[in-house]
Design a protein around this ligand. Structure first.
Ligand SMILES: Cc1cc2nc3c(=O)[nH]c(=O)nc-3n(C[C@H](O)[C@H](O)[C@H](O)COP(=O)(O)O)c2cc1C
Length: 337
């Protein structure tokens, strides 16, 4: 048993990655934690009230430890009217195919981070993790005082060093093959997961959880041998029966072949990895994050309702073709037999 695994009382050295956008339902989080991994709720797109509700729903299903994850907000980007018009014109033909009017930028482009953070403190999950930057000292202190284990996200050694100097309890290192958004904030070298794990384990004295392309026991074993305490798997849980993954998204994952993922800013304005589709191919003028995310909300919702995977964000890592369907507990055992 290694440090983090022991501290969290885990039977499996595996974290089910937080996945914002409806994938990590309370049922999935609880099922993973109950089976002996660490379930994590991706709460970045939830309101404070929804975080409290989802947390209570997890607790009603298990008393095992679980994590909650948020995105650290950057200052809102300034955009010109011409840039908004270009992004709207870009999306309008796709909207027309779904019988939607052209998109408009809503008043509220992201959730209120301070309120989300207060909801997390009140909920007091065992673990709080975050991506896209560093927390302020006030937030770090509040989490430490609440006894919540703090995990930051790094895509490179420099970011890991910055997080360690902020006194996080652990660092998730995210290799370039990972599904979903790139979680760092400095220059991203899209590093190989194993190489990054080795480099960060050597560079910092905090425990490391490794993420990116870990789809089977051999992958998990390799990052643990490289010095990681835990393996964080996202794509491997997308087809879990308890996950909130929509039917067209599941079908696209089941049909995925090697090389089908791409890095794109088309959906949110921030680089993320997912299965290539018409949006990743046709949208060329995205607004910066989180504006584009707000601008594509209606398109994504309508696509999910009508089963049109070609207009959905299909976040997935390079190992998507190796994914399996099953219960969360079955998938967990497959990752650590
Ligand atoms: C659908 C999806 C959504 C994700 N959402 C988040 C998120 O909300 N917060 C976060 O820190 N990481 C998020 N990630 C990234 C994961 O934490 C992790 O780095 C990644 O899943 C690991 O690579 P893998 O998908 O190859 O296992 C997401 C990944 C996916 C696939």
């Amino acid at each position: 048993m290694t440090g983090l695994r022991e501290r969290l009382g885990l039977r499996f050295p595996i974290v089910q990655a937080p996945m914002a956008g409806g994938v990590t339902t309370p049922e999935l989080v609880a099922a993973v934690s109950r089976a002996g991994g660490l379930g994590s709720l991706g709460a970045a797109y939830l309101t404070a009230g929804q975080i409290a509700e989802a947390g209570a729903a997890v607790r009603a299903l298990t008393d095992r430890p679980f994590g909650v994850n948020l995105f650290v907000p950057e200052s809102l980007p300034e955009v010109t009217g011409a840039e908004v018009a270009a992004a709207v014109a870009d999306l309008s033909p796709l909207h027309a195919e779904l019988n939607l009017p052209p998109p408009t930028l809503p008043e509220r482009v992201r959730e209120d981070f301070a309120a989300q953070f207060r909801a997390v403190l009140e909920l007091r999950p065992t673990v709080f993790s975050f991506a896209f930057g560093r927390l302020g000292m006030t937030e770090m202190t509040a989490l430490h005082e609440a006894g919540i284990l703090i995990i930051g996200t790094a895509t490179g050694v420099q970011e890991a060093r910055a997080l360690a100097s902020d006194r996080v309890d652990a660092v998730v290192v995210q290799g370039g093959s990972a599904g979903g958004h790139r979680g760092g904030w400095m220059q991203d070298e899209l590093a190989d997961t194993l190489a990054l794990t080795r480099a960060v384990v050597k560079a910092v004295h905090v425990p490391v959880s490794a993420a990116g392309g870990l789809m089977d026991a051999a992958g998990v074993r390799a990052v643990l041998d490289a010095g990681a305490d835990l393996a964080q798997c996202g794509t491997a849980f997308l087809r879990a029966s308890e996950a909130g993954t929509s039917a067209p998204y599941r079908a696209a994952l089941a049909a995925a072949r090697p090389g089908d993922t791409t890095l794109t800013r088309a959906f949110s304005g921030k680089t993320a990895r997912g299965l290539a589709n018409r949006v990743t191919a046709e949208v060329g003028y995205p607004l910066p994050f989180p504006l584009q995310n707000a601008l594509t909300r209606d398109l994504r919702a309508a696509a999910a309702r009508t089963g049109r995977a070609e207009f959905l964000s299909l976040w997935a890592g390079e190992g998507a073709h190796l994914g399996r369907a099953g219960t969360a507990a079955e998938l967990l055992v497959g990752l650590w037999p």
